[in-house]
Design a protein around this ligand. Sequence first.
Ligand SMILES: Nc1ncnc2c1ncn2[C@@H]1O[C@H](COP(=O)(O)OP(=O)(O)O)[C@@H](O)[C@H]1O
Ligand SMILES: [Mg+2]
Length: 338
Amino acid sequence: MSVPNNHGNTNDNLPWVEKYRPESLDDVYGQTEVVTTVRKFLEEGKLPHLLFYGPPGTGKTSTIVALAREIFGKNYSNMVLELNASDDRGIEVVRNQIKDFASTRQIFSKGFKLIILDEADAMTNAAQNALRRIIEKYTKNTRFCILANYSHKLTPALLSRCTRFRFQPLPRDAIEKRISNVLIHENIKISDDAKDALITLSQGDMRRVLNVLQASKATLDDPANEEIHADVIYECCGAPRPADLKTILKSILEDDWSSAYYTLTKLRSTKGLALIDLIEGIIKLLEDYELKNELTRISLLSKLGDIEYSISKGGNDKIQSSAVIGAIKTSFELEAAQ
Ligand SMILES: Nc1ncnc2c1ncn2[C@@H]1O[C@H](COP(=O)(O)OP(=O)(O)O)[C@@H](O)[C@H]1O
Ligand SMILES: [Mg+2]
């Protein structure tokens, strides 16, 4: 669990996700609504139990830690208990920890203590029900903040006791603003298309952005003078480059079966590409294709969707590669015959 870090003594050994964790609510980007509402609760002195949910890397943990720091300042460690529900601990341990924490006397009386329960959607229903009773029991002097990726994995009883906030994937401009600070601080340069690729590939996950950026910097021989190019970003993400995708798609559409199969497998093995990422990339490319008949698109997407599902179920790689070629070829042949 993260301890509030002290940016005063910048630690260069820290992974960037820790180094650039928002220190205050002002550093939380792209979640304006959440931040303003939570701030308002604070000003009014009426903090309810909170539930933050949304995809990974959108700032749930960072926001509650920053909020707690604003409330408690240097008493943070006395007043805040951070628990991770996905740790291999039964509800009994959690219950005891919460009980010990909530029932010790408050030396710095500030109304309430805060318990942060991270990854609560990993808890069983039984544990969640037990938690519901714990929340009720200690509401007088504690506030709970529950963090989860999916709200539908939480029991309704738990949901109804919290004020819910959904964290959105970070919008482009928020990511851009955030990384501009990091780039200056780390003294690195990045080309425009690389930045664009980084933001697109991260899909609003700021943790991914920071990890990929740090990995990309590590590949440079001379970070002070070199620039990060798009190729490096694709490589660090393990994502196919648009040029490679175009080569594969072109070969499938224009060449005979065996050449197409050869191109696809060759590029895959030299670039180490996962079939699933290829399909995703091809679907993106096809978005820009103008088709005579929308039915082509519909049937193709549904076939590719089936293949994606088969892969996730552990389908044979060779067979699924052939299926991708088959799906695209047949759909476009039908289109041409129109
Ligand atoms: N909204 C945001 N604004 C600024 N940085 C963010 C934001 N969301 C995530 N980050 C960065 O990504 C990392 C992971 O964030 P975290 O709060 O742990 O995400 P979550 O708990 O939603 O998975 C943090 O270290 C932080 O630097
Ligand atoms: Mg988190």
